[in-house]
Design a protein around this ligand. Structure first.
Ligand code: AMP
Ligand code: ZN
Length: 432
């Protein structure tokens, strides 16, 4: 039933003792990083004063901006030659956030994934097809090593190439998939096109769905079409990546691996903790990472704690599936995009007017991004060829930055809606 029974079913009081011990170590270790050394001094925080878990609330919050400013190596708490791997968050180019691991960090991360996969019923005899991007993105290598440690035959196919994916599933009797939920929906269309019925023609029995928000309905559709059980996998690169929280066979919330992470849920406005069961922003502290500890990281993800024990017997608390974000980050096909990236690109192109709008739509099972851009009056009433070449240029510039290809529509000045105050840049029409 359990990968590491002792840890997974630890008495809450013992788990808290372990957390406190690790928190103390982590905070003291963090002070070795130039960023935290300054941060503690600036905020008059003395790392040796952590005595209880509640004392964690005196540690200042760390944000994505802090991580970007500490680029490239400002958050290292160990000498650089101790590091063995680097990863980064998905989708952003330039100064995205980077995460470094020592060999021990990778070992602990891998354990959280083996444990998570085992929890869903995956076993050594399974054939695991990892359909996530390999490389800097954490979903590829993170799951890869977890599955190998579990002992399953692992197919590191990576993302894309739908027909080949289906072929591999059939030829090698794949039983477990790791897949982005929107891609799983898209792929069902390809199955239909090829007249392949996954229920009849494959041995699929488990899917791990992660990297982007999705609803219970989406899970239901995927389970129904593929004839398998789908489990929600949550994580973020700043906290290793996948393996932060995962659903068990009860499919009633995601267990947060509290021996690795200290969890808080705060009100994003007051920054005070909310009561169990109340929705708020998830804040996480690494408890086992030595290369690059991150303290009280504001994930910007909204969720709530599900109170009470889980029928599976694990004592690590559960959170609800992520319901949204406190910032304007969009996730399209698993790629994180901030509207400001689009704004920066557009505003750097002469002939682009002052307003733009991002529209997200779901056609069939595919997400599409449409960027409507106002152009200058002269250009709009001028040569059509010139307009088309501007459209191409904008498309290409955006594609190179956000990694997905939007449809660009050029419109006359003053035609896009204006709002007083904060601009509403994004119209998300992707209803579930
Ligand atoms: P990255 O740092 O690129 O791995 O992106 C992490 C972000 O992806 C998280 O902060 C979430 O917003 C989102 N994310 C990852 N997994 C899930 C999930 N299972 N449900 C909802 N959002 C997710
Ligand atoms: Zn459970």
């Amino acid at each position: 039933m359990f990968w590491e029974e002792k840890i997974e079913t630890m008495q809450r009081s013992d788990l808290q003792t372990l957390q406190l011990e690790r928190l103390k170590q982590t905070v003291v270790n963090a002070a070795n990083a130039p960023f935290y050394k300054n941060f503690f001094a600036k905020n008059s925080f003395d790392p040796s004063t952590i005595r209880t878990l509640d004392d964690a609330r005196r540690i200042p919050f760390t944000t994505k901006e802090d991580l970007r400013e500490a680029w490239p190596y400002g958050l290292l708490a160990v000498p650089k030659d101790e590091l063995v791997r680097m990863h980064s968050s998905s989708g952003t180019t330039g100064r995205s956030t980077v995460i470094f691991h020592t060999a021990r960090d990778l070992d602990a991360w891998t354990d959280t994934l083996s444990r998570s996969m085992y929890m869903t019923g995956m076993r050594k005899a399974d054939v695991f097809q990892n359909m996530m991007t390999y490389g800097l993105f954490t979903g590829g290598l993170g799951f890869h090593y977890g599955a190998e440690r579990l002992g399953a035959l692992t197919i590191p196919v990576g993302a894309g190439n739908s027909k080949r994916q289906i072929q591999l599933m059939r030829d090698f009797d794949t039983t477990v998939l790791h897949i982005i939920p929107s891609y799983a929906l898209h792929l069902s269309g390809v199955f239909e096109e090829l007249s392949v019925d996954p229920r009849r023609d494959t041995r699929l029995r488990i899917a791990f769905l992660g990297a982007e928000p999705h609803s219970e309905k989406t899970r239901g559709r995927i389970e129904e079409f593929y004839g398998l059980k789908a489990f929600n996998s949550y994580g973020l690169s700043e906290m290793n990546g996948p393996g932060v929280a995962f659903e068990c066979q009860c499919q009633a919330g995601l267990h947060v691996w509290e021996d690795n992470f200290l969890m808080e849920i705060i009100d994003p406005d007051t920054l005070e903790p909310v009561a169990d069961g109340v929705e708020g922003e998830l804040v996480l502290t690494t408890l086992k990472r030595e290369g690059m500890p991150v303290l009280r990281y504001r994930t910007k993800d909204l969720t709530r704690i599900i109170a009470g024990p889980c029928a599976c017997g694990r004592t690590h608390r559960r959170i609800e599936r992520i319901t949204g974000r406190t910032d304007d980050m969009l996730i399209i096909k698993g790629v994180n995009i901030f509207p400001v990236q689009i704004e920066k690109k557009l505003m750097g192109i002469s002939d682009v007017g002052n307003n733009f709008q991002i529209i997200l739509e779901r056609k069939g099972y595919n997400d599409h991004m449409i960027v409507r851009v106002e152009v200058t009056k002269e250009l709009f009433s001028g040569d059509l060829k010139q307009l088309e070449s501007l459209r191409k240029k904008i498309t290409e510039e955006l594609r190179s930055d956000i990694l997905i290809t939007p449809r660009v529509d050029l419109v006359e000045p003053n035609t896009l809606p204006k709002t007083e105050g904060k601009a509403v840049r994004v119209l998300d029409n992707r209803a579930d």
